[in-house]
Design a binder for this molecule. Structure first.
Ligand SMILES: [Zn+2]
Length: 272
């Protein structure tokens, strides 16, 4: 295993707003996803369990929260391990990732890791490209960045910069769109990834809480104990950590920056 050390520095925070525009929906395929806009307004069908935040969650590297409201710390460092295809992940998740992919392949399936660790520079490039595509699609200028941020996280807010997240696709279907969920590989991963410490990070019904559209290919390492609990209860990471906040569209930037932890997501009107 080839491991090297990287120092990650983040840029200025960019809050992602959640307004969806018809023009954006009509836009062409994005690098990350087309997604289905309907999920943004989908009601949450079950009661959300009470937050289970523990003191350990504040210091556990496996439970690092990076989302539109929580930027990667500027001094975040990650030791990387390189996969067979050259992509890199946090060295601490390498063994569990290898075990998961091996188990998946033993079922006769062909998962492919197509994206893993990204530098801030790479994330900035992806985001800048997405902004340009959204702008070209005719979205009003004041909404361009917010629309782009729903599909490509602004630099500093992407889980891919942590080395704990990866995109996995089926060899037979390598598009990052909703069709991915119908592949045998995704079905297996959605059912079994928790056993290896991974969760499907952006479920369809949690978009308003995660700030990210449905991505049936993006897996996040949280450790086996947390993954088991998250899988069992059906919460997303924000809910598990007791850190779900109102979507940016409903808050001012100042509120975003100081959104209280432990906000009662079950009482939030955002899914109404
Ligand atoms: Zn991803």
């Amino acid at each position: 295993m080839n491991i090297r050390k990287n120092l990650i520095r983040t840029g200025a925070a960019l809050a992602a707003a959640l307004a969806l525009t018809p023009a954006a929906l009509a836009a062409g395929p994005s690098y990350i996803s087309q997604g289905l806009p309907a999920v943004w307004n989908a009601p949450v069908s079950r009661q959300i369990p009470a937050a289970v935040l523990t003191p350990a969650a504040e210091t556990d590297w496996r439970l690092l929260l990076v989302n539109p409201w929580n930027e990667l710390p500027e001094d975040y460092e990650v030791e990387l391990a390189t996969l067979a295809n050259g992509l890199q992940v946090d060295a601490r998740i390498y063994d569990d990732l290898s075990a998961m992919l091996t188990a998946c392949r033993e079922e006769g399936l062909s998962p492919i890791v197509c994206s893993a660790y990204r530098t801030e520079g790479k994330q900035r490039q992806l985001y800048t490209n997405k902004v340009a595509r959204v702008r070209a699609s005719g979205v009003p200028e004041e909404q361009v960045e917010a629309e782009a941020a729903k599909w490509v996280a602004p630099p500093g807010t992407s889980e891919h910069q942590t080395g704990l997240a990866l995109d996995i696709v089926a060899a037979s279907y390598q598009l990052l769109d909703e069709g991915q969920e119908d592949t045998a590989e995704q079905k297996w991963l959605m059912e079994n990834s928790w056993k290896y410490g991974f969760i499907l990070r952006y479920p369809s019904e949690k978009s308003a809480i995660t700030g990210i559209g449905y991505e049936p290919w993006h897996y996040r390492y949280v450790g086996r104990a947390a993954a088991a609990e998250i899988h069992r209860t059906g919460v997303c990471l924000e809910e598990y950590l007791g850190r779900a906040v109102l979507p940016a569209a409903e808050l001012t930037p100042a509120q975003n920056a100081e959104a209280p932890e432990g906000a009662a997501s079950s009482e939030s009107p955002l899914n109404a």
